[in-house]
Design a binder for this molecule. Structure first.
Ligand code: NAD
Length: 300
């Protein structure tokens, strides 16, 4: 049994912390929201009054916070200098690579072991304990990171040194955003050309256009496995979240001098879609929007 401090019990963190408690660990849980703390207590966690109260007695510290600035301030002000010597601190939030490297260096400099471990999979996977973790940490620490993440995980993969987990996450999600837009454009064009969507689906699924956005997460209602398209584009992966990841990818590309013109187009398109009132719809809702069929698409 391990004593785990869990900071950030929102949409994702709530289920993740609950799975650590279910695995028999003592979970010292903190969030700024009283409601989130109450739900954590109901799920078997031990609510505490501050980040410091959580980390001071924990062997493992897990953070699941909204963005880079939250992670930087919680690490600098509450975790580093207040955690047990040698504690393993793992940030699972999706943040920029520079912030991930900054907080890891801060932690390692004060005698802690650190990892960035962003996740793939949404709230359903967080609740089910079936997230995919991509980990940036020193090779010698990976076994301990993997063991700490296992109760929340379907798979834990070592991406490389500090920041590599975040790099893998934003590259993957940039590819996903681009491929979803491509899939939606292909369905919109097929429709204009009089090609039935189910015929196109069957053919492209078995041809070189095949991709995850088509066969696993088809943006067309009634085609392929059940997806958000079958429930009015509710739930799933919100456009606002995709936009956040595409922005992180563009910031990283600009700093690293990488050419990512399709990533930039994807960011611009999702920004427009979000600004037109669809930030909370699933990111595959770009299909009815591109097709000019937004009558039944709910606005935020
Ligand atoms: P959320 O906004 O629901 O939860 C964040 C929680 O952090 C909130 O409960 C908030 O009160 C808490 N918080 C903020 N500042 C705090 C502080 N200083 N101390 C303690 N608690 C604090 O967000 P989420 O959907 O759970 O996402 C968390 C992270 O996971 C984000 O970085 C997001 O990009 C990433 N992510 C989300 C999903 C998803 O489907 N929701 C999927 C993959 C990755």
């Amino acid at each position: 049994m391990t004593r785990i401090a869990f900071i950030g019990l929102g949409n994702m963190g709530a289920g993740m912390a609950a799975n650590q408690a279910k695995a028999g660990h003592t979970v010292l849980a903190f969030d700024l929201s009283a409601g989130a703390l109450k739900r954590a207590a109901e799920a078997g966690c031990t609510p505490v009054g501050s980040v410091r109260d959580a980390v001071m007695n924990a062997e493992v510290v897990i953070t699941m916070l909204p963005a880079g600035q939250h992670v930087r301030s919680v690490y600098a002000e509450e975790i580093v200098g207040h955690s047990q010597a040698g504690a393993l601190v793992i940030d699972c939030s999706t943040i920029d690579v520079d912030s991930a490297r900054f907080v890891a260096a801060l932690a390692v400099g004060s005698g802690l072991r650190a990892a960035d471990a962003p996740v793939s999979g949404g709230t359903a996977a967080a609740d089910a304990g079936s997230l995919a973790f991509m980990v940036g940490c020193e090779a010698k620490d990976f076994a301990a990171v993997e063991a700490a993440l296992t109760p929340m995980a379907r798979v834990v993969i070592h991406a490389g040194a500090s920041g590599a987990g975040q790099a893998a996450k934003i590259c993957n999600n940039m590819l996903l955003g681009i491929s979803m837009i491509g899939t939606c454009e292909a369905f919109a064009l097929a429709d204009k050309l009089g090609l039935e969507a189910d015929r196109f689906f069957e053919i492209a699924s078995k041809s070189s256009g095949q991709c995850w956005s088509l066969t696993t997460y088809c943006p067309v209602e009634g085609i392929g496995p059940a997806t958000p398209a079958d429930r009015g584009y509710e739930g799933g992966f919100a456009t606002a979240m995709m936009l956040k990841d595409l922005k992180l990818a563009q910031e990283a590309a600009a700093k690293a001098g990488a050419s990512t013109p399709l990533g930039a187009q994807a960011e611009a398109l999702y920004a427009l879609f979000a600004n037109q009132g669809y930030a909370q719809r699933d990111f595959s809702a770009v299909l009815p929007w591109l097709s000019g069929q937004t009558e039944t698409l709910k606005k935020d």
